[in-house]
Design a protein around this ligand. Structure first.
Ligand SMILES: [Zn+2]
Ligand SMILES: [Zn+2]
Length: 285
């Protein structure tokens, strides 16, 4: 499956880009008490994982259904995944992370959890501790991202409806977006771009609409900005009492939303302390 190998190479490039960007933005994250370091270790682990996959040319990780484009949403449900071969790589992944003392069943049940995710069953989230979720999702990210890249390159030519459907969930893996971003190029300038935390897919959404409840009245959607976190705004919905982070890349397109999201975590904490919230809108907290 040459396509998937190329997409793993693309994932590798993306990881390198994030690492160099994180390094460049070091000063900004200085007050974050080690969070950028944990994230950096996860990126390094992802890189080791992908280089092993590329080196050993593992071909049996996943396969696509044969024939024409007949996918239902989310696409991930149509892929056939070898959960055993994915799970075998988990040990390699955790060698470089600061999570050595994982106490729950994550280690023993990794194959089961991998299978659950690829069957669109996320109830493992209720059984794992937050740091274990960060670890597990960091491990899965290269697989999900490479699949998303591969599927997009294969099926998106000329007809992007399935991938770009103005939904509030990811067309590829069905997950909720973790943040949005604004860009100024022709295809994106009038939209709010949403980005999936699990597979990295980004897609267009309406500029003025709550991603949680669909509220469209601008007077119900309040934007909080801070001089300290100038690239980030928090959109608070007075109707459903949730908030959504929006990273503004219009003045600096070299910024990477995933990294800006982490560097602006104190802004999330401010929101949690100062506004009434229905649910936690950020899994990191
Ligand atoms: Zn996704
Ligand atoms: Zn809302």
């Amino acid at each position: 499956m040459t396509g998937s190998m190329n997409s793993f190479e693309q994932v590798m490039k993306n990881i390198d880009l994030k690492l160099s960007n994180l390094n460049k933005r070091k000063g900004v994250g200085a007050t974050l008490e080690g969070v950028p370091d944990i994230y950096k270790n996860i990126l390094i682990s992802q890189k080791n994982l992908v280089s092993k996959i590329l080196k050993e040319n593992i071909k049996d990780i996943y396969s696509l259904p044969a024939g024409e484009k007949t996918f239902d949403r989310p696409f991930i449900g149509n892929l056939s995944i070898n959960a055993g071969s994915v799970a075998n790589l988990f040990g390699l992944f955790i060698q470089n992370t600061p999570f050595y003392n994982i106490s729950s069943g994550l280690n023993n049940n990794i194959e089961k959890y991998v299978r659950n995710v690829f069957n669109d069953n996320y109830d493992y989230l209720t059984r794992l501790k937050p740091d274990e979720i960060v670890l597990f999702e960091g491990f899965l990210r290269p697989f999900l991202e490479s699949m998303a890249i591969y599927l997009r390159s294969k099926f998106e030519q000329g007809d992007s409806d399935n991938m770009d459907n103005f939904s509030n969930t990811c067309s590829f893996c069905g997950s909720e977006p973790s943040y949005g971003f604004l860009k100024s190029d022709d295809e994106t300038q009038n939209y709010l771009m949403l980005e999936c935390s699990k597979c990295g897919s980004a897609w267009r959404y309406y500029r003025v609409q709550c991603v949680f409840c669909g509220e469209e009245d601008p007077s119900k959607l309040e934007i909080f900005k801070s001089d300290e976190y100038g690239n980030a705004g928090l959109q608070y919905c007075k109707t459903c009492k949730n908030y959504f982070k929006i990273i503004d890349l219009r003045n600096d397109q070299t910024l990477i939303p995933e990294i800006e999201d982490i560097l602006t975590i104190p802004f999330d904490i401010w929101m949690h302390k100062n506004m009434p919230l229905e649910i936690s809108a950020n899994a990191v907290l």
